[in-house]
Design a protein around this ligand. Sequence first.
Ligand SMILES: Nc1ncnc2c1ncn2[C@@H]1O[C@H](COP(=O)(O)OP(=O)(O)OP(=O)(O)O)[C@@H](O)[C@H]1O
Length: 514
Amino acid sequence: MSIVIQGLTKAFGGARALDGVDLDVADGEIHALLGPNGSGKSTLIGCLSGRLKPDLGSMTIGTESVAHFSPREAFAAGTAVIYQHFTLVGSLSVADNVFLGAELRAAGGRIDRARQVSVTREILGRIGARLDPRTPVRSLSVGEKQLVEIAKALRHDPQLLVLDEPTAALSELEARALGQQLRGLRASGLAILYVTHLLSEVFQIADRVTVLRDGRAVLHREIADLAPRDVIAAIAPRGGVEVARRRAPHLADGPAAVSLSGFRAPGVGPIDLTVAQGECVGVFGLLGSGRTELLEGIYGIRGETAGEVALSGAPFRPRSASASLKQGLALVPAERGRQSVFAAMSALDNVLLPFFARIGRRWWRSRRRERRQFADTAALLALDPPSPAAPAATFSGGNQQKLAVGRWLTASSRAQMLLLDDPTQGIDVGARADLYALVRQFVREPGRGVLFSSSDPEEVMALADRALVLARGHVAGELRGDELSPQALLDLAHGHAGGDSAPPSLPTTDRGAQ
Ligand SMILES: Nc1ncnc2c1ncn2[C@@H]1O[C@H](COP(=O)(O)OP(=O)(O)OP(=O)(O)O)[C@@H](O)[C@H]1O
């Protein structure tokens, strides 16, 4: 048994993020760790990596059993963690990144670049990655950077490799390739703990699964003995999003909430598109298809745009976030951490931010009303913890995303046209269903429209009335009514015109089917 965790307990203030968790990962096993947002997954990784000190319990890696690790001890014991956010230096080569801080030196103290390149090539070969170790990291795709992170971890011959939502930013093909590489590593005897929200991945690559809820392990079983619905039931007893659950599309023929004609922004266009009032339109595309560029272009934060845009019939020129907000056009960007959540501000301030913009610098604020508004949003989104005063930084990743999206869906929202870029990244299956319901409720109010982007066909199926498919910055097609299916979305996104020329084995997507 390579790693055994027993009775791991960790509280923040009075709240137990981990409450007596037992978990073991065998050599040569891929063990999936799932659970709703805020269930303790990152806390558990923090304890394994030495970033956090558990209050109780023990961790045994190999033969060494400890109550807590320092980061250095965790590393020495053979734990390597790969986070969602890369730790690479763009200006350095792949090999220099792999050896950063632990350079190989030739006699005389000079860095032995030739040896670094050959060792890196050998490690990359081990995971089947065809990458030149001399390439600067900045010119690599997201998927390739992920491989460099893995190579960097493997250089230290870890016993346990922990991956924290590794496919969140990957395209479908990259995610599939990563799956294969991990299977290769499993065959070499490595223990792998794989944190994800995507059930499709779990069923494709994991041997066993542990589900955490409220800091406790509520399911711990061989994957072969489970069906997806068993795992969903463990994560979200109230009910999660099921595969291709399709609502009746709203066939909007009312006035336009937003219309684009010959619209171009850097990396995308020309696009002709109308989102009618009352309509929720999905922009589907793989990574690099131009979906983020389109949304940010309309919002006015992508540099020069061309073509015509109208908001509720009135001509509009995208130029800045503040100008857009004034016109009732709001964007929730894809990278919440960097762009839209104010880490040091309280949860309440984060959610009610648009409302404050409206009342400006007025001295008067009704704390009671604010708290009520916050409580409504928190309840609707199952925010965990639902505490208004807690700084956003103390919320789990998925709960921060709820703050970012929830702020525009509150009763106080002044947004009429909402642009949502990959809105459920990092959000668990239960909260995802809540969020979809809220977006639909938002768009039912008079005059409103939603344009969202996604790389998950199931998300488009669940949320969109109609879908625009982008590929390489251009419109590959539009799907509505019965034409809209996961296969049709993927076919168009991959540049296949018809269903009979489908790309090989399609169940995987970069966000996965739920
Ligand atoms: N530094 C901190 N201070 C206070 N509370 C914290 C801190 N870090 C985590 N928590 C709380 O601990 C609980 C577990 O959070 P954790 O980040 O481990 O969840 P998670 O399962 O990784 O969630 P997600 O799927 O959203 O990433 C949450 O209630 C969170 O708010």
